[in-house]
Design a protein around this ligand. Structure first.
Ligand code: F6P
Length: 330
């Protein structure tokens, strides 16, 4: 079968009336930006892009040079194309407006430019996460309130992983599809169409060092997994924790699993960001047949209060996510 490129896939979806040309162009420019970020990540120390930028972001986290570079690449790639009304980034306190002189479109783009910060300097997979919303009508220059829409309103979402190969997972709300970057031709090629997450799994991903701070439902679930064959689950579980959400979620999409960053006594609202991480990943995972909750409700139904809001995240193989969620109710 002939290789299908991301461009071909998007053109076909446009012809089918699923997306308009403006959304197609937007996704293409996000993909191009991911390609450019991937090239910088790949060059690493050779390009002098590793290490600290000497600044802090809105969440008071240390910014790495690559956080700043990736943010700039995404802004520059997307602010002139005419598809966007505004952009929001995990790295910026307020939404960025479209520079004067450029046409303004009807979409809002949100992104975590470089996810997995602790892995940037140690040559472990990192990535970019993005989400597309429609700007509310008549919102003029969209402010923070324009972005505060529940995840189920996302029109598209996805992420790139800069790993042994660069991959991009995309959903337009009709399945989740995986593309691999052919570095020779600079083309994203559809390699994993219609990804399905197995409903059951025997693999969990969680930062175990937080165990003493977890809430009882999460503690109970992990204790049961650790008890293995002799415990209530009657089977042994394996554990993986890459500490890059993009890479952990890509593994879950590839072979199943459950990924959790729950609320704990230190991270009282959870650690991950609703708008830049949880919502886009929840959409991708649900579109692949998995589930995503905060332990109490579906992530995509949460009404956001703040652009940089954090949220507990439990996502992946449906039956396991439902089990942990049911423990929260009992
Ligand atoms: O931005 C959040 C993030 O880097 C995720 O990609 C990852 O899952 C998590 O933080 C890792 O957190 P910790 O350092 O606590 O393991």
């Amino acid at each position: 079968m002939k290789n299908v490129s991301l461009t071909q896939y998007l053109v076909e979806r446009e012809r089918a009336g699923k997306i308009d040309s403006s959304l197609r162009l937007l996704i293409e420019s996000v993909a191009r930006a991911c390609q450019a970020i991937g090239a910088q990540v790949n060059r690493g120390a050779l390009a002098g892009v590793l290490g600290s930028a000497g600044s802090r972001n809105v969440q008071a986290e240390e910014q790495k040079k690559l956080d700043v570079i990736s943010n700039d690449i995404l802004l520059e790639a997307n602010e002139w194309g005419g598809s966007l009304a505004a952009l929001a980034s995990e790295e910026m306190e307020l939404p960025a407006q479209i520079p004067p002189g450029n046409p303004r479109g009807e979409y809002l783009l949100l992104f975590d430019p470089l996810d997995g910060s602790s892995n940037i300097d140690v040559n472990v997979s990192i990535g970019t996460i993005f989400s597309v919303l429609r700007a509310p009508r008549g919102s003029g220059e969209p402010n923070e309130a324009a972005f505060l829409q529940p995840g189920r309103s996302q029109l598209a979402a996805g992420f790139a992983v800069y790993g042994p190969s660069t991959v991009l997972v995309l959903t337009l709300g009709e399945g989740a599809h995986g593309f691999a970057l052919d570095r020779d031709t600079g083309t994203f090629v559809l390699t994993n169409p219609a990804i399905r997450v197995p409903e059951d799994t025997a693999e969990f991903a969680i930062n175990m060092s937080n165990m003493r701070r977890w809430e009882p439902p999460v503690k109970r679930y992990i204790d049961e997994c650790l008890a293995g064959k002799d415990g209530p689950r009657g089977k042994d579980f394996n554990m993986r924790w890459i500490a890059s959400m993009v890479a952990d979620v890509y593994r879950v999409l590839s072979r199943g699993g459950i990924f959790m960053y729950p609320r704990d006594a230190k991270n009282k609202d959870g650690r991950l960001r609703l708008m830049y991480e949880a919502n886009p990943m929840a959409m991708v995972v649900e579109q692949a047949g998995g589930a995503a909750t905060d332990g109490r409700q579906r992530i995509l139904d949460i009404a956001p209060q703040k652009l940089h809001q954090r949220v507990p995240v439990i996502l992946g193989s449906k039956n396991e996510v439902e089990r942990v969620t049911s423990y929260h109710g009992s």
